[in-house]
Design a protein around this ligand. Structure first.
Ligand code: C5P
Length: 234
């Protein structure tokens, strides 16, 4: 493989050519800003495939992403972006950190959805940012944030629709963005590590909350596999 130029908790980045990088999805699964770590066999392949299918779906719907193609079953060829170290979260239904932070009940519906920004900084547990912080840290100006928010809303429509067709409900998701010339486009990944998906009838969880809540790795893997197999068929 090419030269390793970066590594995060779940992916390695390799140089490829002047405009592209390779993103290799590892088998690690982590929670609590890296406090809990395990190896889930084949997770890298499952997540690379899941993310590739979703990026292709977004591209077909006119949403620009960094996705170019697959190098091997767990490695994505992606456009080289200047990544913005911010996690952008969109919430349709309340769960997770928002119900701990604010007087909001689990399961409350947000219409319109709520968008939040967090700085990527595990040592500070990804603090929330507002527009002033985004400008102060030179991450994004307000106009760029508006573009990012309109992309988040579009991604939500497309993702929510396909996930409903699979018989599930999209509670929330996180995206990361990067600059390509003057444009800001979707980077990183879209997988069950970065979104919350539940069965609306039974409340069954299919995403990384299973791992966060302490379910065994077999249960987590079966949920990830079930989601991917339904995504492939829809
Ligand atoms: O924990 P919280 O409720 O803020 O998470 C919102 C969404 O962002 C969830 O779908 C979660 O999986 C995702 N997320 C993420 N990476 C983080 C924090 C949250 O992908 N570091």
């Amino acid at each position: 493989m090419e030269t390793l130029i970066g590594e995060g908790k779940t992916k390695q980045v390799f140089s490829y050519d002047s405009d592209h990088v390779l993103l290799r999805f590892k088998d690690t699964i982590t929670a609590g800003d890296g406090a809990k770590v395990d190896i889930m066999e084949n997770k890298g392949v499952i997540n690379a495939q899941t993310s590739a299918l979703i990026f292709r779906l977004l591209e077909r719907n006119g949403i620009r992403t960094h996705y170019v193609g697959m190098y091997d079953e767990r490695t994505m060829i992606a456009k080289k972006l200047k990544m913005i170290p911010v996690e952008v979260v969109l919430r349709n239904i309340a769960t997770g950190s928002i119900v701990k932070r604010l007087p909001i009940k689990e399961g409350e519906i947000f219409d319109p959805p709520i968008i939040e920004y967090f700085l990527k900084d595990d040592s500070r547990h990804d603090p929330m940012l507002n527009y002033y912080h985004l400008e102060y840290f030179k991450l994004m100006n307000r106009k760029e944030a508006e573009v990012v928010e309109s992309v988040m809303m579009r991604v939500n429509e497309v993702l929510r629709d396909i996930i409903r067709k699979m018989g599930f409900e999209l509670y929330d998701f996180k995206l990361e963005f990067g600059r390509l010339g003057n444009e800001i486009i979707v980077g990183d990944e879209i997988t069950l590590d970065s979104m919350r998906v539940r069965d609306p009838k039974t409340g069954r969880i299919l995403d990384k909350d299973l791992y966060r809540k302490g379910y065994d790795l077999k249960t987590v893997k079966e949920a990830y596999e079930e989601f991917l197999s339904k995504l492939e068929k829809v």
